[in-house]
Design a protein. Structure first.
Length: 146
């Protein structure tokens, strides 16, 4: 009988510890550092690009300190071309909120795009594909593709 009581007491202690740890995980999540998000735009669909801009805004609403880098290459280069984008205002607004947009120089060269053709504030990187991998592997950014 005494051993059953001891086992029951241990089981209750275990449940209590598990519940306290699950509560502390939520508290820890609130104290974690800000998100680091890499947004990958390599598609020409302007509707989907617009949804991506909304996603980025929602990320910043949830975590105003989030570091967000948007890599545009291949078909997605049009989103940062001043003369072709449907999203210049959204991009400018996001840049003002600290989002970094970069265009792939390989794609720019292949399509005859110059830095002057980009939405003001958009930077460049030598290779969009390499930037995507590098940011994830070395800088700890989470990958997001709308």
């Amino acid at each position: 009988m005494t051993s059953r009581i001891a086992w029951a007491a241990l089981a209750l202690i275990g449940v209590g510890v598990a519940l306290s740890q699950s509560g502390s995980r939520a508290d820890d999540r609130e104290q974690e550092e800000s998100l680091r998000v890499l947004v990958h735009l390599n598609f020409a669909d302007t509707g989907r690009q617009g949804q991506g801009m909304k996603n980025i805004s929602r990320i910043l609403e949830a975590d105003p300190g989030a570091q967000v880098v948007v890599v545009c290459h291949s078909g997605g280069i049009n989103v940062v071309e001043s003369s072709r984008t449907d999203h210049a205002d959204a991009i400018t607004s996001l840049i003002d909120r600290g989002v970094r947009f970069v265009a792939c120089e390989n794609t720019m060269r292949r399509n005859g795009i110059t830095r002057d053709d980009l939405v003001p504030g958009v930077g460049t990187v030598p290779s969009g594909a390499v930037e995507v991998v590098r940011r994830q592997q070395y800088d700890g950014f989470a990958y997001f593709r709308p």
